[in-house]
Design a protein. Structure first.
Length: 95
């Protein structure tokens, strides 16, 4: 399971705080069990909001960087091919 992103942490936490304050103010809860229920509902809302945001797995797919191979020396065959290309290229450019 991938780890949550910073956006998921932030939005979930903000949802918990804001929803708890709004529910406490709107419902006028003063008893202990009522506050516990409001906090539990706020936590569930925060969890749902955090899960609704796309995570790392749903982010844009990354492409693998192309691998570049570097050879330290040229073989005789490589030098012959390059010479042929130069000769062919030289003939076509003169026409």
């Amino acid at each position: 399971m991938p780890r949550p992103t910073a956006a998921q942490y932030f939005s979930g936490s903000a949802t918990v705080v804001v929803s708890a304050l709004v529910l406490l103010l709107l419902l006028g809860v003063e008893s202990g069990p009522g506050v516990v229920v409001v906090c539990a509902v706020s936590m569930v809302l925060g969890l749902l909001v955090a899960l609704a945001l796309p995570g790392r797995a749903a982010a844009a797919p990354t492409t693998a960087a192309p691998t570049i191979t570097v050879r330290a020396h040229r073989t005789a065959e490589d030098m012959e091919r390059a010479a042929r290309r130069e000769r062919v290229g030289g003939q076509t450019s003169r026409r």
